[in-house]
Design a binder for this molecule. Sequence first.
Ligand code: IMP
Length: 195
Amino acid sequence: MKVLIASSNSHKIREIKSLLKKFNAEVFSLSDFPSISEIPETGSTLEENALLKAKAYHLSTGMTVIADDTGLFVDALNGNPGVYSARFAGKNATYEINCDKLIAELKLRNLDFSNAYFKTVICYLENENNYKFFEGMIEGKVITQKLGYGGFGYDPVFVPKGFVKTFAELTENEKNEISHRGQAIKKFMSYLESL
Ligand code: IMP
């Protein structure tokens, strides 16, 4: 089986590749196809984005595709940034600038924190008519200071429920064990094992 991971994020690719080892799959990523241009995430939900990426990359490569989309949903911001998490502070915003914008939005509302959750949706698509979704989510809160240096994205401002540390203060293993993406991947792996 040839599988394409619809990502050029080396972190994600490494994680999924190592999990897929036992399934004897030949695993590719977008880095193996530099001529294919990136698909814009124009959907209004994580599911839509994961599916539209999976369909488009399947069309251009003919391979089975694993595509995912993740968002941070903040209660005090009516669920924003949600599907717009990557570009919260603008099209080319860095992780740091997005965190700063989130902190500024909370402070604007005189808040020190807000409940929030991360959600990941993975789409596993064998062909146009045969695809499945796997999701994972983790509840917690976002805070108005950046703590820790691990992880990426909003990790320095997100404290998972039941913890006193941010994701960025946990080790990679500790985070993967409980994270939205970790949970979605676990469900996906159970599905592959059941085939
Ligand atoms: P993507 O769909 O995985 O590219 O995620 C979209 C955006 O959500 C990223 O640009 C990050 O800002 C944020 N994000 C995704 N996963 C995580 C995570 O595990 N921790 C913190 N931020 C994340």
